[in-house]
Design a protein. Sequence first.
Length: 465
Amino acid sequence: MNNHGMIRGIVKNPAAPADVLLRLLSEEASDVWQTLAWRSLPDRVVDAIVTSPHVTLRAAFAENKDASGDRRARLVNDPDPTVRAAVATGPQWFRSPVDPLPEWAQRALLRDGDAQVRSRAEESLPPSPALAELASDADPRRRRAACRAWEHLDPERRGLLLADAEPSVRAEAAKRASGHDADATERYLLLTDDVPVRRAQVLARAALHPVTARRLAETGDVHERAAVAGNPAVALDTARLLADDPEHAVRLQFAARPDLTEAQRAEIDYRVSESDRLGAVPWVLDATDAEVLRRCATSANTLLRRSAACNGQLPRDVVDLLGRDDDLPVRILLCENQPTVDGEVVLDVLRRWTSPLKGMLLDHPSFPRAGLARRFGDDPEPARRHLATHDPGAPAELLLRLSHDPDVRFRRALASHPNLPYGRVTELLGDGDAQTSIRAAANPALPPPLMHRLLDSAGIPRRAG
């Protein structure tokens, strides 16, 4: 392994102690600073990063999804606006919840002396009382940002924003109020400069005056017609105007209405194929009634079942029911959105799904790691045999045998397995395949003295003291 590969492995080693990680703060290891700043870190290393003279290190730590809001807030008063802007933006990781900054930190960023930092905070901070306080700000852009915290605004401040002198503020306020106020929806439609798709997303959940709903059904663009067709607030008689719309997207939304019977849905010309990537139906996504969700889960309408799989209030029996669904995307969405889905469903989806995103399922809380070695370690099919590499209790003798598999994927996967015999791990440190040797350096079974020697050989200086 070359020196750079050695460093790339050790920085990812979950067992690397603080004194090893601290060595990676040297400029000789700058290539792995981002990886270091984004990993789980002990307090000593966090202390060193937030006081580091290097802006890139501090800014990278602000994006650490595993760092608590309190830890990231230590950079709120950083002398460099680039770092403070990174704190305001925060970690932006796909499907990864992030601990929010404490409110005092949010307020500090919203009042920062640098305009770029304030702008990032206004755009990126979650809805909160701190953001709502901007409702009375002299700057219309900040009042508009306050509308994102609509649920934290009292009726008086909402009314002031709806009547704001600045059209863009009124439009944003009207958008936020449109779910329960048809007059607000009218104002939104008059004032908004949203693109058609975004406007349709608002209309799909908006309260609508009957005359407006009919006008949109008759003369709206395809996005508006689809939104009206599926909006439960629109009278069925009006929505029926769209049952035979020439656009399939419109008919598809009409077929997913809650006020249709299964027989009525069957009369509509729509289809959902396994390859279709469709957004969840808004009213299903928002549903909290267990019986409503059960009806969606048992519907012949595939879109309703896919949408139910995304609902965060899904009862356990419905999770189990959808886990047996014939539609693979239903089961994929179930695994992506339901932490209690049966582990065998997760395993089956992992084996059948062809997307690069399938690897995320390995981190699913229900993924049945235990026992995979016993079940698949001797399977003649390489893809199934490879599942054994994910078993934390896999016996050393099996791992040793699999690590000699001619398929390089086995060496790569097993090089970082803590149960792989130590002698084999050290062999793999010098493997001709770079990915294998990097993973070997990330093996938690490596003793810290060896980690230090590897860093010595890579030219990473030891810290004084």
